[in-house]
Ligand binder design. Structure first.
Ligand SMILES: Cc1cc2nc3c(=O)[nH]c(=O)nc-3n(C[C@H](O)[C@H](O)[C@H](O)COP(=O)(O)OP(=O)(O)OC[C@H]3O[C@@H](n4cnc5c(N)ncnc54)[C@H](O)[C@@H]3O)c2cc1C
Length: 373
């Protein structure tokens, strides 16, 4: 359906906005809520292609985590030490801010603790060797003793080494509820939600931007804040961003499930948790790297069968289970792990490339954007 505007629409509803946020995932919604607090009289809109967001924010695994020890060790090989630990710190503080601002009960946040599990003794020992150094660095930044510890997982009957690494501050949350909590606040905030608009083109003008949607609608704004994460690379191909699909499967309820909490394996490429008495497992991107560099939100037989076999071999080895459902979401990666939060010109800010950490980083990057406005 092509849109044709009436006089009433163009003179009232689509009068130019002061601020438009493009993308109503967790990042865009937090920017919108903070912006209306800072500029209560401004005309602000938030745009998304679908009614409740369709990227990563409602399609992730619901982990509240800061980086497994093996992931940190891997990052230390490629990235400046200061940046690596700063990112762990920001993720830690970001989750605290989510709890403070929205209330743990409003997104089912539970601090279960997070485990990193190992199939190889060599890798486990390598990680244990680095623990004192990593804990020391984080003590300097966060004043927390022994952020990562060793802990036995013998009771879980996994096919992993009996000893695991444990971070008592990590936990789980419900991303659907978190998004819903933010949406409810948007609806009473005075921010105009313009959902159902797929923006195909951004036209730079002297006094701002015009956003052209696939249905022909054109909306103007003085300040544009782009917060559509991986999909920003379709509008700004010059940005160092590649899409990275994450696929997930969820079992039917399992009687007497022997474990609770969030778990990482294989340097973070495998993640699993309980969802009540079900098991959710996701990842495996390292096995299907090329195929998973895509903007397509769909599941593939190869990844589903890889994750199902992994679940059988390592996690539910003596337990019968059935898969209830599967889904996928799109993350944004790049050569660097840090998000891109910057002003590109006097009318345009981008806040994108959350690197698979946007649940935790959303509260921090949205603060950075607000400081620029
Ligand atoms: C499987 C999986 C596991 C994850 N695990 C974790 C984790 O453990 N910890 C963590 O912190 N994070 C994790 N993440 C990442 C986290 O979910 C994302 O970083 C975060 O949700 C990004 O939020 P966002 O709002 O920046 O982007 P998105 O949620 O992708 O939102 C972007 C929005 O922009 C909209 N949009 C895009 N293009 C257009 C357009 N042209 N016009 C209109 N609208 C548009 C989309 O519909 C979407 O709603 C995971 C993600 C996945 C997929």
């Amino acid at each position: 359906m092509k849109y044709q505007s009436s006089y009433w629409e163009s003179s009232v509803l689509f009068k130019p906005f002061d601020f438009i946020i493009l993308g109503a995932g967790l990042t865009g919604k937090q920017i919108a809520l903070k912006l209306v607090k800072k500029h209560p009289k401004a005309r602000i809109a938030i745009i998304d292609r679908l009614p409740f967001s369709y990227g990563a924010s409602t399609r992730n695994a619901g982990f509240s985590c800061f980086g497994s020890v093996s992931e940190i060790i891997m990052d230390l090989k490629n990235t400046d030490e200061k940046l690596v630990f700063e990112l762990v710190k920001q993720r830690f503080l970001g989750i605290q801010k989510l709890v403070d601002e929205f209330g743990a009960e409003n997104f089912d946040f539970i601090q279960t603790g997070g485990f990193e599990v190992f199939t190889s003794e060599v890798e486990l020992n390598l990680a244990i060797e680095k623990l004192p150094f990593i804990n020391h660095q984080l003590k300097q930044l966060l004043n927390i003793d022994a952020m990562y510890q060793t802990k036995s997982i013998a009771d879980f009957n996994f096919n992993y080494m009996c000893s695991a690494l444990f971070n008592p501050y990590e936990g789980m949350l419900n991303p659907g509820k978190l998004n819903h909590t933010l949406s409810k606040r948007i609806h009473i905030s005075g921010v105009e939600p313009l959902y159902g608009l797929n923006i195909e083109q951004l036209v730079k003008m002297n006094d701002g931007y015009m956003l052209r949607a696939a249905n022909g609608m054109a909306i103007k704004t003085q300040q544009l804040i782009v917060a559509n994460n991986a999909f920003s690379s379709l509008l700004f191909p010059e940005l160092d961003i590649v899409p990275a699909r994450g696929q997930i499967i969820l079992t039917k309820p399992i009687f007497n499930l022997p474990f609770q909490g969030i778990f990482h394996a294989n340097k973070g490429y495998i993640y699993f948790r309980n969802v009540g008495d079900r098991v959710l497992i996701g990842g495996g991107r390292d096995q299907f790297f090329q195929n998973e560099q895509t903007y397509e939100i769909e599941s593939t037989d190869e990844v589903i069968s890889y994750l199902t076999n992994y679940l059988k071999q390592h996690i539910l080895r003596d337990i019968d289970f059935e898969i209830e459902t599967n889904w996928s979401g799109i993350m944004a990666m790049g050569n660097e792990k840090t998000p891109i939060v910057k002003r590109l010109n006097e009318h345009l800010i981008v806040c994108v490339r959350m690197g698979g950490m946007g649940v935790a980083l959303g509260p921090i990057v949205s603060d950075e954007v607000i400081k620029m406005l």
